[in-house]
Design a protein around this ligand. Structure first.
Ligand code: F0G
Length: 444
């Protein structure tokens, strides 16, 4: 991939960059690596890596004002809800073109009916409003930009669908080849269609994400593929900026709880890192409690915490929320760090509870894919068990768009609902009148 040294002006990152490096997360190791290190894991101990920065040159006081001012700029780096906060991602050399689709800038919406249903004062941050319909775009702009900086030509991921759609789009934009590994017949048609349309090669294999991910990892180094799964620390750098948007949209008032669904546990890890950095910079002085919610049939992290264990035990994942059907989450140590940092909580919910939450959101006019609704289902469960206080100020992240999984929205409607809502009427005016009269009786 060609990294343009003389980028178009509207893509250019003009600000000077602070020093950045990779660092092993394992206490007692903490070995450092340069940003262009090929591996995503510590070669000394095998642990995950963080991207770390020396923020000492940053004048934090002026940051929030500067971020606000950029909103009126038409430059894509200012329009993007990731690069507008670029002082927090100073791994990109000044003058480098970023690979952006103007991601982020997603709404924070109060959902009063759902809040009443769950027992809290609830807002949702809807990441489905991203270019490819999920939160993955925030991470992908960062890590495909890094792939371009490194001169990578072929990017790869294993995926339950959203990562593959997002990677395919950003790779296309960067002029790179995209290779996607997905479990055979286990991702939604909409997500498959996205990856294909963006030109990715889709390899369907095995029964679950974990297997596809394991096999891909065996070949990435050998074949020189650039792996963009959330094991890649640059992905998490992009995703962490969601906390800047949420807090800015709330005039920097920190909520009591910030709730996310968990699969491979990259998102909760990135949010934890973002919060920690904002506190370090003095932009906030307290942290919300992070809550991660897993689907009951795919909840190895919840099981570990509930058992008081200190190692994750992989499981065979089972849930209709296919996006989070993961049995061996790679980021569990970073996720644990995020929960410890914020005095966080972990919960698991059944598929039934997920679909009840999805139905509750629909009454507020908000759609999402099933995995996203796990966060709201988890809130209700935690309120009922007294772990979240009644009426608490809560933000739930909805991670994916309603149309990511349209089949399930129809499949999950009861026969009674369908009989009332989906009417087959012959094109005859009397029959149509009769049908409409019965509809009007329903709503009377
Ligand atoms: N919600 C949605 C809609 C997702 O697609 C994912 C993950 C998650 C939640 C969980 O996020 O893995 O960071 O804990 N999807 C990945 C994929 C695994 O391949 O699209 P996480």
């Amino acid at each position: 991939m060609r990294v343009q040294k003389a980028p178009r002006e509207d893509h250019e990152l003009p600000d000077s960059m602070t020093s950045a490096f990779l660092q092993c997360i394992e206490q007692g190791c903490e070995r450092r690596y340069p940003l262009d290190a090929k591996e995503h894991l510590c070669s000394a101990c095998g642990a995950l890596l963080d991207v770390r920065y020396d923020f000492s040159q940053i004048d934090a006081k002026s940051l929030s004002k500067l971020w606000q001012q950029r909103k009126i700029s038409s430059a894509i780096t200012d329009q993007s809800g990731v690069w507008r906060f670029r002082e927090l991602l100073p791994f990109v050399p000044a003058g480098t073109e970023v690979i952006s689709l103007s991601e982020g800038r997603t709404p924070l919406i109060e959902v009063n009916r759902t809040g009443e249903w769950a027992g809290v004062q609830l807002s949702i941050k809807h990441q489905g409003n991203n270019p490819t319909g999920s939160f993955k775009d925030l991470g992908m702009t960062a890590c495909i930009t890094q792939a371009a900086i490194l001169g990578s030509r072929v990017t790869a991921c294993a995926s339950t669908g959203n990562t593959s759609a997002s990677m395919a789009a950003y790779a296309a934009r960067a002029g790179m080849k995209a290779v996607v590994f997905v479990p055979f017949g286990k991702i939604s048609t909409a997500k498959l269609a996205q990856a294909l349309e963006f030109g990715a090669v889709v390899i369907e294999m095995g029964d679950n994400f974990d297997q596809a991910f394991r096999m891909l990892r065996e070949l990435t180094d050998e074949l020189g593929l650039y792996l963009v799964n959330s094991l890649n620390p640059f992905r998490l750098e992009g995703q962490k900026t969601i906390v800047c948007e949420i807090l800015e949209q709330r005039d920097w008032r920190v909520p009591d709880y910030l709730v996310l669904p968990g699969g491979n546990l990259g998102n909760v890890s990135s949010v934890g890192k973002g919060l920690q950095e904002l506190r370090q910079l003095g932009l906030i002085d307290k942290l919300p409690r992070l809550v991660v919610v897993q689907a009951e049939g795919a909840s190895p992290f919840y099981n570990m915490i509930a058992a008081g264990a200190d190692e994750i035990v992989p499981i065979q994942p089972r849930t209709e929320a296919s996006a989070i059907r993961i049995g061996n989450p790679v980021n569990w140590k970073k996720a644990l760090r995020a929960l410890r940092l914020t005095d966080g909580l972990c919960e698991s919910v059944t598929d039934e509870q997920i679909f009840e939450a999805k139905a509750a959101l629909a009454k507020d006019g908000v759609g999402c894919e099933p995995a996203s609704a796990a966060s709201v289902a988890g809130i209700q469960k935690l309120v009922q068990s007294g772990k979240i206080e009644d009426g608490a100020d809560v933000v739930a992240v909805l991670t994916g768009h309603q149309l990511k999984d349209p089949e399930i929205s129809i499949k999950r409607r009861s026969e009674r609902e369908l009989a009332q809502q989906r009417l087959h009427v012959e094109p005859d005016i009397d029959k149509l009148r009769a049908a409409l009269e019965s509809v009007m009786l329903q709503s009377a």
